[in-house]
Write a protein that binds this ligand. Structure first.
Ligand SMILES: *[C@@H]1O[C@H](CO)[C@@H](O)[C@H](O)[C@H]1NC(C)=O
Ligand SMILES: *[C@@H]1O[C@H](CO)[C@@H](O)[C@H](O)[C@H]1NC(C)=O
Ligand SMILES: *[C@@H]1O[C@H](CO)[C@@H](O)[C@H](O)[C@H]1NC(C)=O
Length: 402
């Protein structure tokens, strides 16, 4: 009698354990309202979670030091906004499409690469840190991802069906491989996130006069729209689009300024002409998104004002628990020298290493160009709840029409 009870108990426990371990992927919090099965992300270093590290060279130490404890393919000391978004939606961190080791694409993929632009650049690819994976290429990669996943998935399912009626030799290996694939039916329910444009603005600043930079914006926006339309035609429906940040507030821009003419810097110390181009880009981007909404009634397009979130942090740094918004945690930059984070170089006649400051959690800029994990968390907390979205919808409800 007693033995039967114990046997039943053990059986139930085993059953529960096997049920728990067979649930797909690694959901880490309760399902939010939209229950997005996957995220597909497109962008530049602001959301690269390992592409450039996989394709070319790994980010050096001390990148990743605050959260991952080692370089993790991200241009920060820890998590990026896209990581906080994934956490918030109860999904695992996104594997980079280009990463061939240890990846899991069940809950989406990341096509962002550091240095990406919307428009293909003529400059040699590594000059100025640019990437060959411009947005049109990222869209092509998504197409390959979609078609190859679909083929493999259907092949795998055919195996399962034929083996059910045959001898039971379906290998655990094949099963675990299947679990790492996206499900074709998830592609249209997924959240498509975009955060790109900063390198197009930066390339313009390097190469063109202010007037020519302004004149170049419509072409950049038009290319962006083409890629959104292409993804829509391939089944994407829910678009969460971050505009571009205040590039003129990046410390690498401000530390180079010596004796500025009146009006060169704005009242908060950012380079005004550079921010003006970002503002122009954002204005045209927003107009285009509004237009797309009226043409594509089945799509949901949310415009997220990343510029204002970041500018808000920079201008309120002290109130928000941060130090000087223009200080750089990792690396040394000044007039006539740049020693990038994780590299060695010469400053004022002596060799120095670009190491981490003591308190990255108090600094907004990790390496002069990219935000610290603490800043990324601050920004993510504000954009996730919809306070910078148009329409004002939180990310977990982004599947619902406003
Ligand atoms: C690249 O060069 C071509 C031909 O000179 C020019 O038409 C095009 O605008 C250039 N593109 C960029 C992004 O500079
Ligand atoms: C290099 O010298 C300049 C001018 O004296 C000084 O402002 C700067 O802080 C020095 N940089 C470093 C990293 O020591
Ligand atoms: C979003 O969160 C931020 C930070 O916690 C808060 O200040 C803001 O009021 C919230 N906005 C909305 C619309 O809930």
């Amino acid at each position: 009698m007693y033995n039967i009870a114990i046997f039943a108990f053990v059986t139930i426990v085993l059953l529960l354990v096997s049920l728990a371990s067979s649930t797909e992927g690694r959901r880490i919090s309760p399902a939010p309202p939209c229950d997005f099965p996957a995220i597909y992300n497109f962008g530049d270093s602001n959301s690269d979670t390992g592409a450039i590290s996989a394709a070319f060279w790994p980010t050096p130490s001390p990148y990743g030091t605050s959260y991952f404890g080692k370089p993790a393919g991200r241009n920060s000391d820890g998590r990026l906004v896209i990581d906080f978004i994934a956490e918030h939606l109860g999904l695992p961190y996104l594997s980079s499409y280009l990463d061939s080791i240890g990846t899991n694409f069940r809950h989406g993929a990341n096509f962002a690469t550091a240095g990406s632009t919307i428009i293909r650049q003529n400059e040699s690819i590594f000059e100025n840190g640019l990437s060959p994976f411009s947005l049109d290429i990222q869209t092509v990669q998504h197409y390959q991802f979609k078609t190859r996943t679909s083929e493999l998935y259907h092949q795998g399912n055919l195996h399962v069906i034929s083996l059910k009626i045959g001898i039971h030799i379906f290998s655990a290996k094949k099963k675990s491989f299947m679990k790492k694939l996206s499900r074709p039916q998830d592609l249209s329910k997924a959240l498509y996130v975009f955060y790109i444009g900063q390198n197009d603005v930066a390339a313009g600043i390097r190469k063109l006069s202010f007037e020519l930079q302004k004149a170049a914006v419509p072409e950049i926006i038009s290319q962006f729209t083409t890629q959104i339309q292409t993804l829509y035609q391939r089944g994407a429906r829910i678009f969460w689009i971050h505009n571009t940040g205040p590039i003129g507030c990046l410390p690498v821009a401000t530390v180079k300024v010596q004796d500025p003419l009146p009006g060169y810097l704005d009242e908060n110390g950012c380079v005004k002409s550079q921010n003006d181009i970002a503002i122009e880009f954002n204005k045209q981007l927003k107009d285009e998104i509004v237009k797309l909404r009226s043409e594509r009634s089945e799509a949901i397009l949310i415009y997220v004002d990343m510029y204002s979130a970041k500018y808000g942090l920079i201008t309120n740094a002290k109130n928000q628990g941060f130090e000087d918004p223009f200080s750089i945690c990792c690396g040394h930059h000044g007039i006539g020298y740049d020693v990038w984070c994780g590299n060695k170089g010469n400053v004022n006649g002596s060799e120095v290493f670009g190491g981490s400051c003591g308190n990255p959690s108090k600094v907004i800029s990790w390496d002069g160009v990219h935000y610290s994990e603490a800043a990324n968390r601050w920004i993510a907390n504000r954009i996730i709840n919809g306070s910078f979205s148009d329409p004002p919808i939180s990310i977990s409800k982004a599947c619902q029409k406003a």
